[in-house]
Each structure stands twice: as structure tokens, then as C-alpha cells.
Design a protein. Structure first.
Length: 344
């Protein structure tokens, strides 16, 4: 099982300069490359300092100039916010910039906050249908001249300019339900899954959905599957306890963004009250400790060995958490020093 890093610029304090966040992003990516990580992933988000990446290709192109080996992935671009010609061209140009190290992750998106602002009236079903149409069109634009007449986009004969360096640029689909797994496998795409509050039972269930999709399409070479999970390594039980408290606060805020009901000022949502947090027992510190991968090295190794046994090809450390850059770096370095050798 290979390891990767899922990382964004994030802030909850307007006094923290965005440029400083940009430099910290670069530092974490270089640490990951030096440790032999497979990929660094950056997703797309708009209007929120909770996750800052209006166009992940810009950050990936920046990281391409700071690195030489690590792959660079969008985790993920939001399908309904892109025209097929624009996505094909920008992805290809990024692949040129990084000399063939791009992985293109695509999702339907999740935040109603973003849907309301970029595609008013859009819902999850409509976003998913757009994603399916987009994937096929992007592949055909990379292949050569292609005219498209679809439900959501239409354009005359066009090709991607430039073309990717990679002849078969990897595409990853964020999947949860069985239909999404089936679509990804049937179209030759890799799969990225993210369990949330249901713990290892959901990790196993997501793998079963993937295996079912693979079995349903024996004509397609088996794609890869990546597990994305918040993961933090502590050097003491006390630090692990504090991390659980901090990730509980992060997930409560995460849930509030999804509910899309609280006021937002300058891209930042105010901290939740104790009463608001208590109304989300699925994100309590105790639930977080059970669901996420948090603990001392031996605890983390045991959890990840289980995921490797299930058949996951890649495990991505989701390091966004609301904690300081210094604490993120410490956890990452503990993971590299004490956890990765168990998977050498």
C-alpha cells in the first residue's frame, strides 16, 4: 500500500496571510516527496477559507517546480464547475508543467454553499450527471478532434491544446454509492473513497462496493482504489487525546459548512458554540477517536495494516484539521519516521 498526502491551504484567522499558507503548503509537499510518498492531492473549493483552492492546477503547477518525483493530483476538481474543453486543456497543461506527474481526480462536489454561488439550482443528482458526461468528453478531447452533443455541453469539433505528456493520464473518481463505483470501473477510472463518521465498518463497506463493481466488469483491467482518511500520529496518549478534541471541533465545523445555515464573513465561519457541537454527537472526541486514524505509532500501524489487508492500493493522509502548521508537520514527520517503515 502506497501513501499520499491530501492537503489544502486553510485558515480560521484573517490575520494569517494567504502567502504564508502557500509557503506552508509547499513545505509539506516537499517533506512528503523526500519521504517517498506517491502523490500530493489538492481539491477545488470556492469562497471559503476552510479550504482554499479556487483552481488546484495553480497550486500543483507551483509544486511541480519545487519537486521532481512525487505525483500531483487534483483531489478533486468539481465537475459541474468546469467546461470539458477548459478542464481538458488545463489538466493537460499541468501535466506538461510537471512532466507527466498529474493525476486528475474528479468529483460531483458536496457543498451546497458552492452550488448556490457557481451553479444556482444545482443538486447532487445534477452534479453527478454532469460529472459522468464530463469524464467521457475530456478523454475524447485528449485523444484528438472531437465534437460533443450532450445534455449539459455542446461544442463543434475541438481538441485539447496542449495534449498531456502521459498517454494514459490517470483519472480518479470520488465514489461512495454503488452506482458511482460502477461508473468509475466501467470507464477505466481509479476510485477514491472517503469514510466519514462510520469508522472502519464504512472502510470495509466501501471496498466491497469497489470489488462488486470490478466483478461486474471483467472486461476492464482492474483500476486502483485509494482510501482518504484523517490521520495523525501522536507521541503520547495526552497528545492523542488533544488531537481528538481538535478534530472533533474541525468535523463539527465541517458539518456546519454542509448544513449551509450559519453566517460567513470574509470566507470564515464563526466557531461553533458548545451547544452546537453537542448537537453533533457523531463528531464527539470519542467518536472521532473511533472513526479516524489518531494515536501513537503502534496504533496507527495496526489500523493501516487492516486497510492494506482489505486491498487498498493507496492510503492518503488527510492533514487538513484546523490545527497549526507546526503540529501538522510534527504528525507527518512522526508518520514518516515511525509508521512508514512498517510498510517498506
Amino acid at each position: 500500500m502506497k501513501f499520499s498526502l491530501f492537503v489544502h491551504m486553510e485558515r480560521s484567522d484573517v490575520s494569517k496571510p494567504h502567502r504564508e499558507l502557500f509557503e506552508e503548503l509547499g513545505e509539506l509537499a516537499v517533506i512528503a516527496e523526500d519521504a517517498g510518498f506517491e502523490t500530493v492531492w489538492i481539491g477545488e473549493h470556492h469562497g471559503m477559507d476552510f479550504t482554499i483552492a479556487p483552481n488546484p492546477f495553480i497550486q500543483l503547477a507551483y509544486l511541480a517546480a519545487k519537486t521532481t518525483r512525487i505525483r500531483l493530483g487534483t483531489g478533486n476538481v468539481v465537475a459541474p464547475f468546469w467546461h470539458p474543453i477548459k478542464l481538458a486543456g488545463e489538466a493537460a497543461m499541468t501535466d506538461v508543467a510537471c512532466n507527466g506527474r498529474l493525476d486528475l481526480g474528479i468529483a460531483r462536489g458536496a457543498y451546497m454553499f458552492e452550488y448556490e454561488r457557481l451553479v444556482p439550482g444545482l443538486d447532487a443528482m445534477g452534479a453527478g450527471l454532469r460529472m459522468r458526461e464530463l469524464v467521457s468528453a475530456v478523454k475524447k478531447l485528449w485523444a484528438g478532434d472531437y465534437a460533443h452533443q450532450g445534455e449539459y455541453w455542446s461544442f463543434p469539433k475541438t481538441t485539447s491544446s496542449p495534449k498531456p505528456v502521459q498517454a494514459d493520464l490517470p483519472i480518479w473518481i470520488a465514489a461512495r454509492d454503488p452506482n458511482s463505483h460502477d461508473f468509475a470501473v466501467a470507464t477505466g477510472c481509479n476510485v477514491q473513497v472517503t469514510p466519514l463518521a462510520a469508522g472502519d465498518a464504512e472502510v470495509a463497506s466501501l471496498m466491497e462496493r469497489f470489488k462488486t463493481a470490478v466483478a461486474n466488469h471483467p472486461e476492464v483491467p482492474q483500476p486502483k482504489i485509494m482510501l482518504l482518511q484523517h490521520t495523525f500520529v501522536a507521541d503520547s496518549p495526552q497528545e492523542a487525546h488533544q488531537l481528538c478534541d481538535d478534530l472533533s471541533s474541525f468535523y463539527c465545523l465541517f458539518g456546519a459548512w454542509f448544513l449551509n445555515k450559519r453566517p460567513i464573513h470574509q470566507g470564515i465561519m464563526a466557531p461553533l458554540t458548545a451547544e452546537e457541537k453537542a448537537a453533533m454527537p457523531q463528531y464527539s472526541p470519542q467518536a472521532v477517536r473511533k472513526s479516524l486514524v489518531i494515536g501513537e505509532p503502534h496504533e496507527v500501524i495496526a489500523r493501516l495494516k487492516g486497510y492494506e489487508t482489505l486491498g487498498y492500493d493507496q492510503f492518503s493522509i488527510w492533514i487538513d484539521s484546523g490545527i497549526s502548521h507546526e503540529r501538522k508537520r510534527k504528525s507527518l514527520e512522526l508518520f514518516i519516521r515511525h509508521v512508514m517503515p512498517a510498510f517498506a
